[in-house]
Ligand binder design. Structure first.
Ligand SMILES: *Cc1c(COP(=O)(O)O)cnc(C)c1O
Length: 381
């Protein structure tokens, strides 16, 4: 059966299964061996070679979801991103990276790149012109993130990859926020797609993992670095991740549906001064989001009216918990000014549009009416 023809929920359920030939069980067996026969075998398997049976097969599911030839699974999203960068950037090379970016990625670049002699430029914005002006003769990779955290800006993937291709520069994207359910960057010319599998892939807030999907050649290049650095995922967790990913399509579609309805509701709410969600017609890149995304995602941010105390609001919520992480089936909120952007000064935060009233909302699968009721009661205080 050609996997191109399969729908997303079929890929989630079946691609990358390990058939249980011995007992005919319904689910993939878990292989915990860290030692495999060496002589007379086609594949020399070892966990840190990222090729145990469970790692190898789950990679097929991720590749099928992103429409790539291959994929690799890592011990965290940051392992995925750091290995990818280190595979394609050497001493004297230059990275162009979007300024609105996951905090961990920013820290990795700023703290580790100087040790390797790798140069970098953060763009001034997320428009293609911003990427153009940041490119240098030694630029080897452009890294983007769309939708971005926490203001859900949308970068035009096609424009950035066309620009990169015209200068023989590779492109990578952090597709964590959208997930392959809502966005397939490969269709718009991106070379490498990475995920924090801790988020939607895992989806139940009990797994820390990461992944990169790309061509066989690019994955081989990453593998050559990764086998030296380590950072593979334990097969126990790989197996759990496979189980979680069977419901990725169902979960993310339900979360996305809830998010669109909540965004519209909050947009009209008298105690909310602004909503950031690419599915709202008021979002500056609504049309672009519609063109390059299959759904608008389940992350949104909103500004509470000045009459409300944002910390008190979060503490008063009963169903919705505060959490630094995101993308679980349970709804969570966080103040970016206390977490991802805490190290910036008030002026710097104001400059990038992160006010103390801003709440980032990771929408879960709960019933819409219960979520609304919870938010409503927390606004009464
Ligand atoms: C969480 C996250 C990461 C890092 O993933 P970890 O699994 O925590 O290492 C990278 N990018 C985005 C957008 C994230 O949300």
């Amino acid at each position: 059966m050609s996997k191109d023809k399969l729908g997303i929920n079929t890929i989630c359920t079946h691609i990358g299964e390990i058939k249980d030939e011995q007992f005919k069980g319904a689910v993939s067996p878990i292989y915990l061996s860290s030692s495999y026969e060496f002589l007379d075998v086609d594949v020399k398997r070892y966990p840190r070679y990222f090729n145990t049976p469970n790692q190898e097969y789950l990679s097929k599911k991720i590749a099928a979801l992103e429409g790539t030839e291959a994929a690799m699974i890592f011990g965290s999203g940051m392992a995925a991103i750091s290995h990818m960068f280190l595979a394609f950037l050497s001493k004297g090379d230059h990275l162009v990276v979007q300024n609105t970016l996951y905090g961990g990625t920013v820290n990795f670049i700023k703290e580790e790149f100087p040790k390797y002699g790798i140069e970098y430029t953060f763009t001034n914005g997320y428009k293609v012109e911003d990427f153009k002006t940041a490119i240098q003769p030694n630029t080897k990779l452009i890294h983007i993130e769309t939708p971005s955290n926490p203001l859900l800006t949308i970068t035009n993937i096609k424009e950035v990859t066309s620009l990169a291709k015209s200068k023989s520069i590779l492109t990578s994207i952090d597709n964590t926020f959208a997930s392959p359910v809502n966005q397939n960057p490969i269709d718009f010319g991106v070379d490498m797609v990475m995920h924090s599998a801790t988020k939607y892939f895992g989806g139940h807030s009990d797994i820390c993992a990461g992944a990169v999907a790309s061509s066989n050649a690019h994955i081989e290049r990453i593998w050559n670095v990764s086998k030296n650095l380590g950072g593979s995922l334990s097969d126990m967790t790989v197996w759990m991740l496979e189980r979680s990913m069977k419901t990725l399509g169902l979960r993310v579609k339900a979360q996305t549906k809830n998010a669109l309805k909540l965004a519209k509701w909050l947009h009209k709410h008298p105690k909310v001064s602004k909503v950031y969600y690419p599915g709202l017609k008021s979002h500056p890149e609504y049309k672009l989001a519609k063109a390059q995304m299959k759904g608008f995602g389940a992350m949104l941010s909103f500004e509470l009216d000045k009459s409300l105390d944002s910390e008190k609001f979060q503490k008063t919520l009963k169903l919705i918990k505060s959490s630094m992480s995101l993308a679980g089936i349970e709804s969570t909120v966080i103040s970016p000014h206390l977490t991802s952007h805490a190290l910036l000064t008030q002026e710097e935060r104001n400059a990038v549009g992160i006010s103390d009233q801003l709440i980032r909302f990771s929408v879960g699968i709960e019933e819409l009416k219960d979520l609304k009721k919870d938010i409503e009661q927390a606004m009464e205080v």
